[in-house]
Design a protein around this ligand. Structure first.
Ligand code: AKG
Length: 264
């Protein structure tokens, strides 16, 4: 991992790594994403139907059922890259994730920080989000530069489906998200157009979002949420999204164990 990438990740809360995955793995992950869209996992969330204009779908834990994602978790080398960025010798899997936002999708991903949905406290948690299609600037993720350094409470999570909400998320220690205009005035926006195999790697406190996909092109991504050695399990009551918990852990423990596997 080049020093400038580590520096950019820590300074900005996000870095773009080019060509992290070769064509073969990208193809395998695409195949896994498409198969998952046909037969989603128990936590899969769909708006629309695969193959039809505007399809939007996300899902979790594909590595437990699809070979391409098992490779991504166990053989791709991604956990080591993540550890280098975080400055952590050890790396633990929180979950695997995918996003499909097909052409014509009217669903924008709202400004949010991943920490809002999670049971993980501390600086060492990141999202390693790999593009599986060409993603032009008009549909790529947008980050609020250095928003991970702002400190203070985590902002309340917002459901990605504009017609849905959360009943009992981890909201007791969350604060309301400021209006978009306020955030956009406070932080500089950063984004990158992507080619298949490029990755965006971002801290779980970095605020980000994405526009609707108004283009005709598909926009598929495979992601791993990874935890470093200094991260802590948040055992507070309520749910998270995804709702994974490990009741053998106490508040403040490292999350690695039966539920969240240590990878290195
Ligand atoms: O793919 C998207 O539009 C949103 C992805 C995202 O925000 C995330 O992975 O946290």
């Amino acid at each position: 991992m080049p020093d400038d990438a580590v520096h950019a990740y820590r300074r900005d809360g996000v870095v773009c790594l080019r060509r992290v995955l070769d064509e073969g793995p990208v193809e395998r992950l695409r195949d896994a994403v498409d198969r998952s869209a046909e037969v989603p996992g128990p936590l899969g969330y769909k708006i629309g139907e695969p193959g039809k204009s505007g399809f939007f779908y996300y899902d979790f834990q594909m590595h437990e059922r699809l070979e391409g994602f098992d490779w991504f978790v166990h053989q791709s080398g991604v956990p080591r890259l993540a550890g280098d960025l975080m400055g952590s010798p050890g790396v633990t899997l929180y979950y695997s994730n995918l996003f499909v936002k097909d052409g014509g999708s009217k669903v924008a991903s709202p400004w949010h920080e991943d920490a809002a949905y999670q049971r993980i406290d501390g600086d060492q948690c990141l999202n390693f989000w790999a593009a599986l299609d060409t993603i032009p600037s008009a549909t790529t993720l947008v980050f609020l530069r250095r928003s991970h350094t702002r400190g203070g409470p985590v902002f309340r999570p917002r459901h990605f489906d504009p017609d849905a909400g959360y009943d009992h998320p981890l909201t007791w220690n969350r604060t309301a998200m400021p209006p978009p205009q306020q955030l956009e005035a406070q932080f500089e926006a950063l984004w990158w157009a992507l080619e298949p195999g490029d990755a965006l790697v971002f801290n779980h406190r970095t605020i980000h979002g994405a526009p609707a996909n108004t283009l005709k092109t598909r926009r598929r991504a495979a992601a791993l949420l990874l935890i470093g050695d200094t991260a802590a399990y948040n055992a507070d009551p309520g749910t998270s999204d995804p709702p994974f918990r490990d009741d053998t852990k106490s508040h403040g423990d490292h999350p690695a164990g039966k539920v969240f596997s240590r990878l290195i």
